[in-house]
Design a protein around this ligand. Structure first.
Ligand SMILES: [Cu+2]
Length: 169
């Protein structure tokens, strides 16, 4: 029997900083924290979604696909270095999550690729995205369009520093 539990909560009890609040979802043992996408230009046909994925359950699971009404096609991509060149490609076999494991989708790494954008992603808006897991099933979330991960602020666009990321407080 599957139990559906959907939680949208602010990560910290700080009031008055709505833009910096952390959105987290939990369903069937899978957690998704702070899904976001960069704003796109008027003519852009592609976008990318970043988030933190965690397996809080007792069984291994795999993120196999994703879908959103704002794009014709949605793929799960990773960046790999080939001959010194950073390329992105579709993840073969999906993103596997052992019990207790997590996966960071972030600029320069794993991301949910939106291809054939039907609308511009405008800063301050959000759009629905459904991640499909092998065991946990379809997991609908809302993606916030913003320039950088929430708590990292304006300086967090490079994504290489280890401290000061969106988990630290
Ligand atoms: Cu991509």
């Amino acid at each position: 029997m599957k139990k559906y539990l959907l939680v949208a909560a602010t990560g910290f009890a700080l009031s008055g900083i709505a833009a910096a609040s952390e959105t987290s979802y939990l369903q069937n043992g899978i957690s998704i924290v702070q899904p976001w996408a960069r704003p796109t230009a008027e003519s852009a046909k592609a976008g990318a979604v970043y988030l933190s994925l965690g397996n809080k359950g007792q069984t291994a699971d795999t993120l196999i696909s994703a879908a959103t009404p704002v794009a014709e096609k949605t793929e799960i991509h990773e960046h790999v270095e080939e001959n010194g060149v950073l390329k992105m490609r579709a993840v073969q076999g999906g993103v596997k999550l052992a019990p207790g494991a997590s996966a960071e989708f972030k600029p320069g790494g794993l991301h949910v690729m939106l291809l054939g954008l039907k609308q511009r992603l405008e800063e301050g808006t959000s759009f629905p995205l459904t991640l499909v897991f092998d065991k946990a099933g379809p997991f609908p979330i809302e993606v916030t369009v913003q320039r950088a991960p929430s708590a990292a602020g304006a300086s967090g666009s490079h994504g290489t520093q280890r401290s000061g990321d969106h988990k630290s407080h």
